[in-house]
Design a protein around this ligand. Structure first.
Ligand code: FES
Ligand code: FES
Length: 198
């Protein structure tokens, strides 16, 4: 029987991958545990459980977040996207396809977090957000070239115990190029160069 809302439990509704899920949670329940243990959305992985490995990365309102440091009650009202929700039906997301085509994984444990993170990285870059690897951070400079260094820096919160980093950087670069071409964006060529240089 579901626990009754009290000073330690709340009834919440989480909007995950476009579907609403009603559940009652202890206020201390992390979003990661709610996804995995309560809703059987086990694609999101638990690595360190303390915000250091990125395995639990999901998208909250389109921005990446480590779900092990997010309380489920605080995620109410947000649009949560997990790895189960990034494909469109049978059509993989370009980032998923690139990871598959370029072997951007070995054991695959870190991969859902890497993919969710990469989806947001490509959007952050296209929107002109600088990173610690960006030389010219003036807003008028626009998006910096998407070099392997830029990708490594932007993906540095996602660790891979298998060390598949070279393929991961290539996969992010390829997906960025595909998305830039689809959007008619002139950063496609630099993204292709980053794949070759990774
Ligand atoms: S499990 Fe969340 S960052 Fe490692
Ligand atoms: S593929 Fe095994 S941890 Fe990254």
């Amino acid at each position: 029987m579901a626990p009754v809302p009290s000073s330690t439990y709340s009834a919440i509704t989480l909007n995950i991958n476009g579907e609403k899920h009603a559940l009652s949670v202890d206020h201390r329940t992390t979003l990661l545990d709610a996804l995995r243990e309560r809703l059987d959305l086990t694609g999101t992985k638990k690595g360190c459980d303390q915000g250091q490995c990125g395995a639990c990365t999901v998208l909250l309102d389109g921005r990446r977040a480590v779900s092990c440091l997010q309380l489920a009650v605080a995620a109410e009202g947000r649009e949560i996207t997990t790895i189960e929700g990034v494909a469109e039906g049978e059509r993989l997301h370009p980032v998923q396809q690139a990871f598959l085509d370029l072997d951007g994984y070995q054991c695959g444990y870190c991969t859902p977090g890497q993919i969710c993170s990469a989806i947001a990285v490509i959007e952050e870059h296209a929107a002109g957000w600088p990173s610690a690897a960006t030389d010219d951070v003036r807003p008028e400079a626009g998006p910096p070239p998407l070099t392997p260094e830029e990708i490594r820096e932007r993906m540095s919160g996602n660790l891979c115990r298998c060390g598949a980093y070279v393929s991961i950087v290539q996969a992010v670069a390829r997906a960025a190029a595909v998305e830039a071409r689809t959007a008619g964006n002139d950063t496609a060529e630099t993204a292709e160069n980053a794949e070759a240089a990774a």
